[in-house]
Write a protein that binds this ligand. Sequence first.
Ligand code: GAP
Length: 457
Amino acid sequence: MSTSLETIVSFAKRRGFIFPSAEIYGGLSSCYDYGPLGVELKNNVKKAWWKAMVQQRNDVVGLDSSILTPEIVWEASGHLQSFHDPLVECSKCHHRFRADHLLEAKQAEPGHMKEKPVDIKDIDCPDCGADLSEPQNFNLLMKTELGAVEGKKDTAYMRGETCQGIYLNFLNTVNSMRKKLPFGIAQIGKAFRNEITTKNFTFRTREFEQMEQQYFVNPKEADSFFEHWKEQRWNWYMKLGIKEENIRWRQHAEDERAHYAVDAWDIEYKTPWGGWGEMAGIHNRGDWDLSRHSKYSKQDLSYKDQQTGDKFIPHIIETSDGADRATLMFLVDAYDEVETRSGKGGTKHDKEVVLRLHKDLAPIKAAILPLSKKEPLQKLAHEVQAGLWGSCMTQYDETGAIGKRYRRQDEIGTPYCVTVDFDSLEDKSVTVRDRDTMEQDRVKIEELADYLKDKFK
Ligand code: GAP
């Protein structure tokens, strides 16, 4: 079943995943806030990434570098000169657009063969139909000023990609952690880009979070590690349950590659708004970054292989995933609507949402549901929940019929519902219902934490 983006946007707001930012003041275009369930989901995405990329490897270490960066970093990285998108402006309504996006959309229109070249001059303003300007290069970096004294402020930049902080700490990491090639440095953090157009909910925003890892290698090994990381990243999405038919690889054409890339492949997702969209990138950045930072900082960032005596600038294989894009895609991929029947003879047809999130990503791992909200069941249910605190995220719900409460939990992807019933008072056991199989297990309360721990191994 394909789900529309409108369905996801309204569901995300209704169930506390994602809200428009500053909504009580009319909102701030393209900014979003993660609600109580959204923050759990996004944190779980980041946790799963960190576990796979740092905690379960000996050759990758973590970092948390600063967002504010001096101008020279972006001069060295080449972003001040080359990190721009082609902007066109309408001569009448002055709305601004990305020329490449307009061209792509035009080519995808019926009657326009993909191969048939379209010139931007052939395209009118999509909002009012007037002429568009010639494309101009628009730099995406966000500039800011540091310091309290007017006229003496220093220019700084909000980082446009998190990986630059990694390059700046290459030497520090080699020296402090005694790291030998090949090794990687990973970090998760916010990045900022003054995107000309933002669209498709959290897919393209001006403030977003990246999960990036830079793997430093001997140039001779760059190709094999490129393949290694392609496989790792693909498998990560597979392991977390993304449907294989919804993702694919796409190699960047030569004229499309970023200024630093020797080779670039994207993992793309089949989006709810039509077509495929980039979810993550794997880039062979060659020696671009470390040679440029060596030159601009006048620090020697070359590496000497102790065994062979070879000295060289390490090449970099980068894996770059968007935390917001991945969260959105996991949400879209997991969203399912099932037909249900109720009433006399099953005559009433209804649609119910089941969020089939991977257990590791589910915001709430177990819901505690007492069959009655009166004592002594309520007290016992609270004790059952307290027994799980510290081991997994739980939610307590005592309102409404039990069937309705199951549905509420299915809708937010809770893998286990723990029902506390009147027999629980006698046999000190609870019933655990599995979201996907609907199977029910009777489990001793004292064994519940271990039972659930086993499910999340
Ligand atoms: N360091 C390499 C780099 O930044 P990129 O392809 O520009 O490469 C990497 O970005 C990932 O960051 C993308 O695959 C996407 O997941 C995420 N990303 C980039 N721009 C974004 C935006 N405007 N909004 C949300 N996510 C974005």
